[in-house]
Design a protein around this ligand. Structure first.
Ligand SMILES: [Zn+2]
Length: 375
């Protein structure tokens, strides 16, 4: 095998991936548009299109009128040619999604199921997967696999859950979660999964930082659309950045961590553990809750500004609290402008597109992405 042979194969693969991404990023695309998007000659693109059509992933859908007199052929994605399931496991709930090859959410459900380390729990996960597939009436052979999001740190291979405070686990084989699920399973940290979901379907892969404000604070760093894990797969554990030296105690045993100031629990503990009630209180003008919210935002502004200064890219804020920022987060923008050394606005701050479904969706996308990469 020669080096140039391998290079040719790489180029062919890159072209094929570009072709499928281009077709899947729109409902219908003409031959010249597709050649321009893939940035290759039509005969080369056509070869890929033919192969993708033979696999049932792309279909020809008539013609476009073209100014040159000749009609241009048109192609469309077969989005449901393959599907993937995503599960999000938390201490108290299991979320489940079914997504198509474009990463569109076909179904989402979330059930209250307390985590316990048992066979009964693992069987229940398998039943949720089975139920989802049956409900949607999708043929089993279309399912690429099940992505499972876990609230903790995993090893590189996804075979061991190294540490999960939320589930009270250390060094547990992930097979404990998947043993009754009759599909290929992949595992991912919850905040990393949510970050992947947020960058999905952007045509050109970007760099961004995702800050997740749920019952614990986590995050993800994505460079060029790919996750940056760090030496120990702990990159993006922003919850344990020191925010206030010797400040409030954190669940990790240290003091002053961001988690102690910006987790969703900081707010929900003021309204009987119910975060939605906290924001209902803000809507109805509860002064004490408003004071708590202002304080929360002032700490969040420090955290977000630090991320902007460190990474110089968009910062997406998501998680349970992120879902309420479109309505209640405007004051955060002003606080960010005040802190920013270089910029007069906070347009780099984005509120997450997804709410509770982000992590399950991101986990399912692992299978979609692997499928596309291995075409
Ligand atoms: Zn901590």
């Amino acid at each position: 095998m020669t080096g140039s042979g391998a290079n040719n194969r790489d180029v062919k693969k890159i072209n094929r991936i570009r072709t499928i991404r281009s077709i899947f990023s729109c409902d219908r695309i003409s031959q010249p548009e597709l050649a321009a998007k893939v940035n290759n000659s039509w005969p080369t693109v056509l070869q890929n299109v033919k192969e993708l059509m033979a696999m049932g992933l792309v279909q020809e859908v008539g013609t476009f009128e073209s100014t040159g007199g000749r009609k241009a052929r048109a192609f469309a994605p077969v989005r449901n040619a393959r599907l993937a399931v995503g599960l999000e496991i938390t201490q108290n709930h299991v979320g489940a999604v079914l997504v198509d090859l474009s990463g569109n959410l076909l179904h989402y459900e979330r059930k209250k199921r307390l985590y316990e380390r048992s066979d009964i729990y693992a069987e229940m996960l398998a039943r949720i997967v089975q139920g989802l597939i049956e409900k949607e009436g999708c043929p089993v052979e279309k399912i690429l696999g099940v992505g499972i999001s876990l609230p903790g740190i995993l090893d590189k291979e996804g075979q061991t859950l190294v540490y999960s405070h939320a589930l009270g686990l250390r060094n547990v084989p992930t097979e404990e979660f998947s043993r009754y699920i009759p599909f290929s399973c992949r595992f991912i940290n919850d905040a990393n999964a949510a970050g992947l979901a947020e960058v999905r379907d952007l045509e050109s892969p970007r760099s961004l930082v995702y800050l997740s404000l749920s019952n614990s604070v986590g995050g993800a760093i994505l460079t060029g659309g790919a996750l940056y894990g760090g030496d120990h797969l702990r990159a993006g554990e922003f919850g344990h950045n020191t925010l206030v030296p010797d400040g409030r105690p954190c669940y990790c045993g240290k003091k002053g961590c961001l988690d102690a100031y910006c987790s969703a629990k900081v707010l929900s503990q003021l309204t009987d553990g119910n975060l939605a009630l906290f924001f209902d209180g803000l809507r109805s003008g509860n002064a004490a809750l408003q004071t708590a919210w202002n304080e929360y935002l002032s700490y969040l502004a420090v955290a977000v500004n630090n991320l902007r200064m460190t990474f110089d890219c968009d910062v997406i804020v998501g998680g349970y609290v992120g879902g309420f920022l479109a309505e209640f987060g405007e004051p955060l923008r002003e606080m960010l402008v005040e802190r920013n050394t270089f910029e007069p606005d906070s347009s780099y701050l984005k509120f997450s597109r997804y709410r509770l479904e982000a992590s399950a969706l991101g986990a399912a996308l692992l299978h979609i992405e692997a499928f596309i990469q291995n075409l």
